[in-house]
Design a protein around this ligand. Structure first.
Ligand code: NAP
Length: 523
């Protein structure tokens, strides 16, 4: 039997009492470790985090909490090699793809450590200025933001075991709110190891950082009205979360990051020899293959002027053809595996559904695998589809295939392109490629209401742009509608989710004290 990883919950390490779920190497098929949460006293563990962890964090000011984040960064950096080994074994990712998750997570944590420093010695935040409530200038209203007296339950998807942890935990802990993280089971090992390293370093007060690995059963039942929950995963699971009594009856504040049909859009007026065309082609091929397309932000739909459909198909296909697929331990491999057989089956089935309405422009099905047994390894080659009739391709605008798959779609005019992009019903990100600044600005504003982020690429930023799919902590992550309606990151904006806003109505002298006070909460 493989090792059973312990949970850290209620201020102590404890093993589940069941046999648990076995995590598997998706390339070699070998069992790695097990996780299990059976038998944990959930009510007691949540109460410990809420009461002991919460009180200790709230007693610290923003700068002190930022210093704790900075100390956690140092611990994580010291253990990076172990994280890369776990990622290779459990996620089947090549080094560059593991970096997106591991170093991306540590960078995000470090960014919040710096941002928190700027908030100084305060224990609460003020929201804008005092406003008069009537003619009397003495009685006014001041909005304040104070950390919620609850726990933050963080439920994550399998594809970002490191970044998914820290992009949520950093703003929560900086806000003064204890976290309980439940990673996606398939890749829970990396999250567990990172939490273990930070806990063992004794950085955060007891109860501030807890981890439960394995089934989510009972976690939402333990939530109380002043707790918050941040969920990342599929639209289907998000639907169940919304229906749970914690949300529907106890009004637990919930942030949902779900799946998304992100777009890449080459503006009208560009031709196949333009720099913008080349930038789109490069980015699409990259987005399809990074982490084998298992990124919520990956480009799924590619919009080009109809005259450029064939040229784009040919150019993207040529790039995909140079992608070596297989065992991430082999240095020549550029793309590793999907996370497990269930995901491989799901990707193959999704591809078949898309192919009912789309042609296969570049077929990854027969890609030879390097150093990997096709009967065991969960590796699939990248596949570019295309639908000449973009209006009729309903499935392409509705179904996310969580793998190295994208669909090329031709448009007749700029208006037509925007209509087609909006059929994604709200997405995390759209990228726009062009050389006319006015046209880029107009398109960005036109897409801003249906996208949490618009990534605008012109030749002048070719070398400095941060990538369509890379989530930078300074910018908002989330999207309206189908993408879940959530908002994460965006610099200090992220702290809003973990604070309660209250309007204090009082005399100007009371409000002036409240605006400048550095005092810790008295109880
Ligand atoms: P998933 O199956 O929905 O699972 C997400 C998380 O929810 C896992 O930790 C899962 O635990 C847990 N879970 C399962 N049933 C639950 C329930 N009834 N109540 C509460 N939690 C429950 O998603 P996934 O397959 O891990 O991830 C892939 C999906 O996530 C894709 O659709 C992708 O687009 C989306 N995603 C979105 C973002 C974003 O930021 N918008 C980022 C990454 C991924 P188990 O693992 O134990 O089942």
């Amino acid at each position: 039997m493989t090792e059973l990883l312990p949970n850290y919950f209620g201020g102590q390490w404890s093993h589940g009492t069941g046999t648990g779920s076995t995590l598997v190497d998706p390339v070699l098929g070998t069992p790695l470790v097990r996780v299990d949460a059976t038998g944990l006293d959930l009510a007691a563990g949540f109460a410990f985090a809420r009461d002991t962890g919460g009180a200790a964090l709230r007693a610290l000011n923003y700068r002190e909490r930022a210093a704790l984040l900075g100390a956690a960064v140092k611990v994580l950096q010291a253990n990076r090699d172990a994280y890369y080994e776990i990622a290779t074994a459990n996620s089947g990712t090549v080094k560059n793809d593991s970096a997106v998750d591991i170093d991306g997570g540590i960078f995000t944590l470090g960014t919040y450590a710096k941002l928190g420093e700027s908030l100084g010695e305060r224990h609460h935040l003020v929201d804008a200025d005092m406003v008069r409530l009537g003619k009397d200038p003495l009685f006014q209203s001041q909005h304040v933001l104070v950390p919620t007296r609850g726990v933050a339950l963080l439920i994550n998807a399998f594809n970002f075991p490191s970044w998914g942890l820290w992009e949520k935990a950093a703003p929560a802990l900086l806000s003064g709110v204890p976290v309980i993280v439940k990673p996606g089971t398939a890749t829970a090992w990396l999250t567990q190891r990172m939490v273990q390293d930070v806990v063992n370093a004794g950085i955060f007060p007891p109860g501030a950082l807890s981890i439960v690995c394995g089934s989510s059963a009972g976690l939402l039942d333990a939530l109380q009205p002043l707790d918050v929950m941040s969920f990342t995963g599929s639209a289907e699971t998000a639907h169940q979360v919304r229906l749970h009594a914690a949300v529907s009856q106890r009004s637990v504040r919930v942030n949902i990051e779900a799946d998304s049909l992100n777009s890449a859009y080459l503006l009208p007026g560009e031709d196949a020899s333009s720099a913008a065309f080349g930038l789109l082609v490069k980015e699409v091929a990259r987005e399809m293959t990074v982490k084998s397309g298992q990124k919520c932000t990956a480009i799924r739909r590619v919009f080009v002027p109809e005259a450029l459909y064939d040229a784009a198909a040919q150019a993207i296909g040529a790039r995909l053809a140079s992608t070596t697929v297989g065992n991430p331990r082999n240095e020549s491999v550029r793309m590793g595996a999907l996370v497990n057989r269930a995901q491989m089956t799901s990707v193959r089935q999704g591809l078949q559904q898309l192919q009912t309405q789309a042609d296969t422009l570049y077929d990854g099905a027969n890609t030879p695998l390097v150093d990997a047994d096709p009967a065991i390894a969960c590796c699939v080659g990248p596949t570019l589809l295309g639908a000449r009739n973009a209006d009729a391709a309903d499935v392409v605008h509705a179904m996310e295939v969580f793998g190295p798959v994208a669909t090329l779609l031709p448009y007749r005019s700029g208006t037509h392109a925007l209509e087609l992009i909006r059929r994604g019903q709200g997405s995390l990100v759209a990228s726009i490629y062009g050389s006319d600044p006015q046209a880029l600005a107009d398109a960005a504003l036109a897409l801003a209401d249906s996208h949490g982020r618009v990534h605008s690429i012109s030749p002048d930023v070719a070398a400095s742009q941060t990538g369509h799919g890379n989530v930078m902590p300074q910018s908002l992550h989330g999207g309206p509608g189908r993408a879940g309606g959530g908002e994460e990151l965006g610099g200090l904006r992220a702290l809003g989710f973990y604070h309660r806003r209250s309007a204090v109505q009082a005399s100007t002298s009371v409000l002036s004290l409240l605006r400048t006070s550095d005092a810790a909460p008295t109880v």
